[in-house]
Design a protein around this ligand. Sequence first.
Ligand SMILES: NC(=O)c1ccc[n+]([C@@H]2O[C@H](COP(=O)([O-])OP(=O)(O)OC[C@H]3O[C@@H](n4cnc5c(N)ncnc54)[C@H](OP(=O)(O)O)[C@@H]3O)[C@@H](O)[C@H]2O)c1
Length: 283
Amino acid sequence: MKIAVTSVSGQLGAAIATKLIQIIGSENVIGIARTPKKAKHLNIEVRSGDYNNREEFDKALKDVDAVLLVSGMDEPQKRIQQHRNVIEAAKSNNVKKIVYTSIVGAEENNAFSPIVQSNRQTEKDIQNSGLDWVIGRNGIYIEPDIEYIDTYIKEGEIRNCAENGKCPYTSRTELAYAYTKMLTEDKHNGKVYNLVGEPITQAQLANVINEVYGTNLTFNSVSVESYAKERKAQLGDFMGTVIAGIYEGILKGAYNVQSDYIKATNRPHKSTLEIIKDIKQHN
Ligand SMILES: NC(=O)c1ccc[n+]([C@@H]2O[C@H](COP(=O)([O-])OP(=O)(O)OC[C@H]3O[C@@H](n4cnc5c(N)ncnc54)[C@H](OP(=O)(O)O)[C@@H]3O)[C@@H](O)[C@H]2O)c1
């Protein structure tokens, strides 16, 4: 069984490919990347695949049994057609199964909602494709918070607009474990899984980071408006809106959904403390 992983040059795609190699062997894993040379370190066959280029996917999906589609990074409206390029190429190559990394969250009422909407459209496109399918709705990754730790330390605080909202964080490693199961086990076909961990507040997150890294961070809440202004000034309009929208979503409980992680993997999701300890140990 040959399984292809798109966006394999990225962190989630690479994490999934790495776990798959352990289970089905490197000769059975095909990476697909917009920038193939960025995936050389995986030591697998890597084919070209830009989501904007249907012809590349027609070639990339030859002799593939199942494909893992990692959600794109473009503006929400562009993503729908980009993902359709992969779905259509999968159909014309007789790929049997497609597994999609979607996202948890609300389709309305926060600045992140347009991205959630575009992911829901791709879910529908996949469900209507005629292929076997499995959809994972990813929780928010914890890794970016850990990468941001130096800034938190400099500022002495975690500052955002989430107030006491709870977010069930996950990690790319936890997701990769779930996706290998969803790709290789038929019992998941036709299922939509919320891939999230335990729900915690930002104050609890600060405490966990303090415990693992010996920091002295506190959480301070600011208004949605001032946080959006601050993020846009630092990251530009698109990414600033996305990031502020994520914390607005946490405030409104948009990601605080029932976890299906155990259904996907047959084991509990790791706690935030365990995940952050793992990240510290491996860096
Ligand atoms: N749940 C969360 O908290 C969260 C956080 C961030 C992102 N996400 C979503 O999860 C996805 C994967 O995240 P990640 O951590 O792997 O991000 P990442 O490390 O930044 O990787 C992004 C990947 O997307 C690829 N890409 C971008 N545009 C593409 C295109 N037009 N055609 C093909 N590939 C394209 C990049 O390819 P190149 O190497 O060529 O640039 C790269 O492989 C993201 O795309 C985003 O939708 C979720």
